[in-house]
Structures are given as structure tokens and as C-alpha cells.
Design a protein around this ligand. Structure first.
Ligand SMILES: Cc1cc2nc3c(=O)[nH]c(=O)nc-3n(C[C@H](O)[C@H](O)[C@H](O)COP(=O)(O)OP(=O)(O)OC[C@H]3O[C@@H](n4cnc5c(N)ncnc54)[C@H](O)[C@@H]3O)c2cc1C
Length: 437
């Protein structure tokens, strides 16, 4: 038998597990996750009103149902079981822990009440247990969201939608109620660079054309007359599509709906200003774009916001003893190889970029490398696999959540949902463990 441990049950871990459990003779694949719930950011990152994107879970469920695959939920590698203990027990380890720790803006005022990272904000509305108590203060008229990618769009859209528009989503009841009671009238989505450089995808950007209470606005002066020279034709097509959508927003009437989404470009946050420890405004500096790069102009302006959410990227979390690149916030690796017998894939390998399918090709490459290395140097066959880990967990009174037990949690979430919601998530680990006890 070849004992394989995968650390992290998000898309990257699931894709590696799928391939190794099917193609590697004699493989026993154990997938660890620090949460009792599998599927990583498909459950806790992908927007709750984008249920179609979550359909990939059905494919992952088939992997977990194989006889040689075991889900080891509620086990934190690094605290419940050490990296060294895992290495002592398994022939092969794949680290697929993702990246959800927010990068800092690095400006004055970041510690004020009312400032949130997108990682924590998204985790809160998606019912991730880490942020069950975030309780963000949304009692504000103006909210700034910093970043020009799809995560920034997701957050803006969720703040802009009505309760009815969120009706068929799986946003937590707490988050739905906090957003519904917010008196927000102006959401500012701020990008350092211009509309050409923004990394929005058009499907997400276009959704603002049809919202019930929110109108999307762009300052026509920020729209380029044409594309700069030298852009790859495939990329140019996608950018043109975004520019068309933004031009339509530039023609919108600001007074036509009660909530305005201001898509603002070429501005960098300089300082979050506060009063009584809370955000009172955001000071920005205008940029000019030279060869696709933002260059500060020295001209500043201020926005009347009481909350700031930064969506400028994520870092992975180091596990004690595991090689880690602190500068880049990723697991140290050479094309997926961390050290002999240890591999990595997904967001913790490449950094927080790429949609779910991008992780598939990455995981396939790493799984093929694992199989090639095992063929070249077969394991000695003396690693005990999960038997040794089970003993450690029992001695430490750590409860493992199996895939079957996750299914119990899943069914309970579905059956307690009301008003057409697909599920009402449990956002506390204690609630989930009580349920399966
Ligand atoms: C807000 C947001 C919205 C997104 N929306 C979309 C979308 O609409 N469509 C799309 O295609 N992509 C979307 N993505 C991107 C997609 O979620 C990622 O490409 C994908 O989830 C990365 O997969 P991963 O397996 O590398 O990491 P993750 O999905 O983050 O999985 C990592 C797993 O590791 C576990 N873990 C972490 N540390 C430990 C530890 N120490 N011990 C045990 N387990 C651990 C975590 O609990 C988690 O389950 C979105 C991302 C974000 C942040």
C-alpha cells in the first residue's frame, strides 16, 4: 500500500486525490482539513449567490466516496498533528492549504474599527467558522472596497443586492440580516490602475446592470478612447468587453436608484482617517498609468466612508517545520516539489490567483510528478499511514469528522433552510460536532 496524505480539501486537494486514488496502484488517500466541512473556498469563498459555480462539489463528492479515499475533517495540520508526524506516517504528502490570510494595505488607519480584509469579510458572509464573530459594522452610508478583481466585485454586489435578490443564495442568516439593515447609499470600488488593467471578468462586471436597488456609475473621463498598443489580441477582446460594460455604466443616471456603486480607477489609498477609533473617511491619491503601471500624481482627495474593505490578495499560513516563503506568502517549492516526498499545488503553491479549473491542471501536473517519482524510487513500505495518526488523535482527544459525518451536517444544513434558500450553514465548529455526536 502507498499511503498518501493530502492537507486541504479544496479544489486542489480534491483534484490530486481524484487522480491518485484512480491511477496510483495500491494508493490509500487520506484528505485532511482543519474544518469539519470539505471543499475549501468552493464553500467558503465562492459568492453565495453564485450557486452554479458550486456544482463542482458533486464531482468532488464522487472522489470522497471511493473506498481508498478517506476524509479526515476537523484536523489542523500544524496544531493537532505536526508536519513531522505527518511525514513520519505517510509515503507521500500533498500540501493544498490554499491562501485566505489578508494582505495588509500598509497605510495609517488600518487598525481602526470598520476596516476589514476581504478574506475575513467573505468568510463571514459565507459561514466560515473563523469569522463567525466578525460582526462587521455596516451601519454606514459609505463603504469603500479596495481592489479591482472579482473578489471586490463579489463583495460590492452582495452589499448592493436586496434581500429578495439574495433569496436563493446560501449567505448566512446573520450576514443577510446585517446587509439588509445597512443604510448604505454609496459603495466605492477603487482600483489603483485604469479600466484597461482591471482584472474583472465580464460576467461578474455585467451583473451590476440589472440590480434592483443599485446603479453602477463610472466617471466618463476615466474611460480610455482606445486600447493601448501591444496588448495580446485574446486579452484585448476581454478588455474591450469590459470597456463596453463600463461605458454603459458611465451613461447611467446617478439618481435612478437609491444605492450607487462608483467604479473608481487610478487611485491608491493613502490613509484611513478616523474619529473615536472608527473610520470616518478614506484619503486617496490619484495615479496616472504609464506602460500599464500606476504612478502617483501627488493630487489627493477624500471619500466620505465609514467602512473600508481591502481586497488586494491573500497569503498562505505557514505550518511549523514546513518550508515556507514568507516574502511571497506561499509554500516554498520547486515546480510543486517541497522536499522529498512532499508536494504542493493550488493557491498555496502559486499564490492566490486562478479560478477553480486552473487548479485542476496544476493538480494534474503535480499528481503526475508524484507518480513518476514513486515509480523511479518506490517507497520502502514502512510508513504506517493513518493508523499512527488515529492513535495520536485519540491520545489528544481530537475528534475526526468522516465524510459520512460531513454528509450528516450537510443534510441538516439543507433541511433547516427556509424561504427557498439551498442551505442554512452552521458557522460554528461546536454546533457541527454536537450534531454528529
Ligand atoms: C472570495 C472568492 C471568490 C471566488 N470565486 C470564485 C468563482 O466564482 N469561481 C471560481 O472558479 N473560483 C473562484 N474563486 C477561486 C477559487 O476559490 C480558488 O481557485 C480555489 O478555491 C483554490 O483552491 P485551493 O484548493 O488551492 O485552496 P482552498 O479552496 O482555499 O482550500 C484549502 C483548504 O485547506 C484547508 N486548510 C488550510 N490550512 C490547513 C491546515 N493547517 N490543516 C488542514 N487543512 C487546512 C482549508 O480549510 C481549505 O479547506 C474565488 C476565490 C475567492 C477568495
Amino acid at each position: 500500500m502507498i499511503n498518501v496524505a493530502i492537507v486541504g480539501s479544496g479544489p486542489s486537494g480534491c483534484y490530486i486525490a481524484d487522480m491518485l486514488s484512480k491511477k496510483l496502484d495500491g494508493a490509500q488517500v487520506d484528505i485532511y482539513d482543519r474544518l469539519p466541512t470539505p471543499f475549501g473556498l468552493v464553500r467558503a469563498g465562492v459568492a453565495p449567490d453564485h450557486q452554479g459555480t458550486k456544482n463542482i462539489i458533486r464531482q468532488f463528492e464522487r472522489t470522497f466516496s471511493r473506498d481508498n479515499v478517506r476524509f479526515m475533517g476537523n484536523i489542523n495540520i500544524g496544531s493537532d498533528i505536526s508536519y513531522q508526524e505527518l511525514k513520519d506516517s505517510y509515503d507521500v504528502i500533498a500540501i493544498t492549504i490554499g491562501a485566505l490570510n489578508d494582505r495588509n494595505l500598509g497605510i495609517t488607519g488600518e487598525d481602526l474599527s470598520g476596516v476589514y480584509g476581504s478574506g475575513e469579510f467573505v468568510a463571514w458572509y459565507n459561514g466560515h467558522p473563523d469569522q463567525a464573530d466578525l460582526n462587521p459594522d455596516l451601519n454606514c452610508n459609505g463603504i469603500a472596497i479596495i481592489g479591482n478583481g472579482n473578489v471586490a466585485l463579489d463583495i460590492s454586489r452582495l452589499l448592493a443586492k436586496t434581500a429578495a435578490e439574495m433569496g436563493s443564495s446560501d449567505i448566512t442568516a446573520e450576514a443577510a440580516s446585517a446587509i439588509d439593515s445597512s443604510p448604505v447609499t454609496d459603495i466605492y470600488l477603487i482600483g489603483r490602475r485604469g479600466p484597461v488593467e482591471a482584472s474583472f471578468t465580464n460576467a461578474e462586471l455585467s451583473e451590476f446592470a440589472e440590480l434592483d436597488r443599485c446603479i453602477a456609475l463610472v466617471d466618463p473621463a476615466q474611460m480610455p478612447a482606445s486600447l493601448p498598443e501591444g496588448i495580446d489580441p485574446k486579452e484585448a477582446k476581454a478588455i474591450e468587453k469590459n470597456l463596453d460594460t463600463l461605458r454603459a455604466y458611465a451613461a447611467n443616471n446617478a439618481d435612478s436608484k437609491p444605492v450607487r456603486l462608483h467604479l473608481m480607477f487610478c487611485a491608491s489609498p493613502l490613509e484611513i482617517c478616523g474619529s473615536d477609533g472608527k473610520v470616518s473617511s478614506l484619503k486617496l491619491e490619484k495615479n496616472t498609468i504609464i506602460d500599464g503601471r500606476a504612478k502617483a500624481t501627488g493630487e489627493t482627495f477624500e471619500l466620505p466612508v465609514q467602512s473600508v474593505i481591502s481586497a488586494i490578495g491573500y497569503r498562505s499560513e505557514a505550518i511549523g517545520g514546513m518550508p515556507f516563503d514568507s516574502d511571497r506568502g506561499i509554500v516554498s517549492n520547486n515546480e510543486g516539489l517541497v522536499e522529498t516526498g512532499v508536494y504542493t499545488a493550488g493557491w498555496c503553491k502559486r499564490g492566490p490567483q486562478g479560478v477553480i479549473p486552473a487548479n485542476r491542471s496544476d493538480s494534474m501536473t503535480v499528481a503526475k510528478q508524484i507518480m513518476a517519482d514513486l515509480e523511479a524510487t518506490p517507497p520502502a513500505g514502512n510508513k504506517p499511514g493513518s493508523a499512527a495518526i488515529d492513535e495520536l488523535l485519540q491520545a489528544r482527544s481530537v475528534k475526526t469528522v468522516s465524510f459520512q459525518q460531513w454528509q450528516t451536517i450537510n443534510e441538516a444544513e439543507i433541511s433547516r433552510a427556509v424561504d427557498g434558500k439551498p442551505r442554512e450553514k452552521f458557522n460554528r465548529i461546536s454546533e457541527m460536532l454536537e450534531l454528529i455526536d
